[in-house]
Ligand binder design. Structure first.
Ligand code: SAM
Length: 384
C-alpha cells in the first residue's frame, strides 16, 4: 500500500485543497514516526544535565533540544528495510495498535496477534504485517502459530528488525523514578505559551493522561492550583499514576464533562483547552480512518468546550487552545470563533513552528517542515 492509499480519498482531496503541493510531503511524513523522539526533563526531581548522564549510563544516546531547555531527544533509527523483506517468510498479522508499536521497535505480544501462518514454530523467522498487509517488522517466533493466536499474554514474536526504531523508555529506572515524561516537542511548547505562575488558579479542561498538566505543575514548582479534568475514567486513572510518578502535588483531578465547566462556578486565571480532536497530526499513521465529515463534527464538539472556557475565565485571563490535528476547521476556524466570542488573539512567548493559515500569531507545526507531530497552538486574552 502506497502512502497515498493510507488516507481515504476524500481526506486526500481535502489535504490537496488545503495544502496544495505540500499535501503529498505531509502525507508521506505522517506515515513515518517522528525523526526526533522527545522527552521532557522533570525539573521537580532532576536537571537536564543530570538526566542526560543517567540516560547515557542506561545505554542511550540523548541529545539536548536546541529549542527548549528542558527538552531531550533521541534520533529515530531506520527505515531498516525497503517495503519488502523476504516474501518466503511466514507471516504473523498484528492488529493496528500492536502493528503501530512494532513499526517503531516494540515486540509482538500474543494479544496483538490477529492471524498467524499455521506453519510457524518457535524459533522461526517471521514477517509481521498490519491488517492491510504493510510489513512493520521481522522477528523470531517465540510461540507456535496456534499458541500465539489463542494466548492472552506472553511474547509471540521477538522483533529483531523493526521498520523504524525509537528508544523504549518505560522499563528504565529513570522512568520509574519519574525523572522524565515522554512528550512531543510541540506539546512541550504549549505549557510555555500558557506561562503559568506560582500563585495562579489554572484549569486544564482535557487533561488525561496528564502530559501538559504535569508540565504546568513543573513550571509552577508545585505551587498555586491546577484543576484538571477529563471525562474518561481509565485515562484519569492513568493520569493519577503519572502525576504520582512525577511527584506533582498541586493538581486537583476531577472526572467530568468539561463542557459543563461553568457549573463549577470557578473563575480561572488561565485555562488550557488541549481539545479532543481528529488527531490527524499524530505520527506514525499506518493508515488514517478519519474523513472531512469527522473534521466538521469534531470542530463543532470543540466549540462547546470553547463556550465553556470563555465563561469560566476571569477578566484579563488567558486561554491557550491547542490540537494535534491539521485541519482548518479545528484550528484557524475555531480561533476565529473564539475571537467572535470576545477574546483577543495574543502573541506567543515561545514560537518555533510556522504561522497559521491567514493568522500570524497562531503556531502550526507541520510534520514535513518541523519533523514533529502535526500540531496547533493559539493564545487569547479575555479583554473588556
Ligand atoms: N492534555 C492531554 C495531555 O497533554 O496529556 C491530552 C488530552 S487529549 C488531546 C483529549 C482528552 O479529552 C482525552 O483525554 C479525552 O478523554 C478528553 N475528553 C474528550 N471529551 C471530553 C469531555 N466532554 N470532557 C472532558 N474531557 C473530554
Amino acid at each position: 500500500m502506497s502512502y497515498q492509499e493510507a488516507f481515504p480519498p476524500e481526506l486526500r482531496r481535502y489535504y490537496r485543497k488545503l495544502f496544495g503541493r505540500e499535501a503529498e510531503e505531509i502525507m508521506a511524513s505522517l506515515r513515518t514516526p517522528v525523526e526526533k523522539y522527545y522527552l521532557r526533563v522533570n525539573t521537580l526531581k532532576t536537571s537536564r544535565s543530570k538526566l542526560m548522564s543517567i540516560l547515557r549510563k542506561e545505554g542511550l544516546k540523548p541529545k539536548r533540544s536546541p529549542h527548549l531547555k528542558k527538552g531531550i531527544y533521541f534520533k529515530r533509527g531506520g527505515p531498516n528495510f525497503p517495503d519488502e523483506y523476504n516474501p518466503d517468510l511466514p507471516v504473523a498479522m498484528a492488529n493496528k495498535f500492536a502493528a503501530e508499536s512494532i513499526y517503531q521497535g516494540a515486540n509482538l505480544y500474543a494479544p496483538g496477534v490477529l492471524q498467524a501462518n499455521r506453519k510457524i514454530k518457535p524459533g522461526d523467522e517471521v514477517e509481521i504485517r498490519d491488517p492491510k498487509g504493510l510489513l512493520v517488522g521481522v522477528g523470531i517466533a517465540r510461540m507456535g502459530a496456534k499458541e500465539m493466536m489463542t494466548s492472552t499474554r506472553g511474547l509471540a514474536v521477538e522483533v529483531t528488525l523493526p521498520k523504524f526504531k525509537l528508544p523504549s523508555l518505560n522499563e528504565l529506572e529513570s522512568f520509574k523514578e519519574g525523572l522524565f515524561y515522554a512528550q512531543s516537542l510541540p506539546s512541550m511548547v504549549v505549557a510555555h505559551v500558557l506561562e503559568p505562575s506560582e500563585e495562579e488558579l489554572i484549569i486544564d479542561m482535557a487533561a488525561a493522561p496528564g502530559g501538559k498538566t504535569s508540565h504546568i505543575a513543573q513550571l509552577m514548582e508545585n505551587m498555586g492550583e491546577i484543576v484538571a479534568m477529563d471525562k474518561s475514567k481509565n485515562r484519569l486513572r492513568k493520569t493519577k499514576e503519572e502525576l504520582d510518578r512525577l511527584g506533582v502535588k498541586n493538581v486537583k483531578l476531577i472526572r467530568m464533562d468539561a463542557r459543563k465547566l461553568p457549573e463549577l462556578g470557578i473563575e480561572a486565571d488561565k485555562i488550557l483547552l488541549d481539545a479532543p480532536c481528529t488527531a490527524l497530526g499524530i505520527r506514525p499513521k499506518l493508515w488514517e480512518g478519519r474523513t472531512p465529515k469527522d473534521i466538521e463534527a469534531t470542530a463543532r464538539y470543540q466549540r462547546a468546550f470553547i463556550r465553556a472556557a470563555v465563561k469560566s475565565l476571569r477578566k484579563d485571563g488567558v486561554l491557550v487552545y491547542s490540537t494535534c490535528t491539521l485541519s482548518l476547521e479545528e484550528n484557524e476556524a475555531n480561533v476565529r470563533y473564539i475571537i467572535e466570542k470576545g477574546l483577543k488573539l495574543e502573541e506567543q512567548s515561545h514560537f518555533i513552528g510556522s504561522q497559521g493559515m491567514g493568522l500570524d500569531d497562531v503556531q502550526r507545526f507541520y510534520p514535513n517542515r518541523h519533523l514533529t507531530q502535526g500540531f496547533f497552538i493559539a493564545k487569547f486574552r479575555k479583554v473588556g
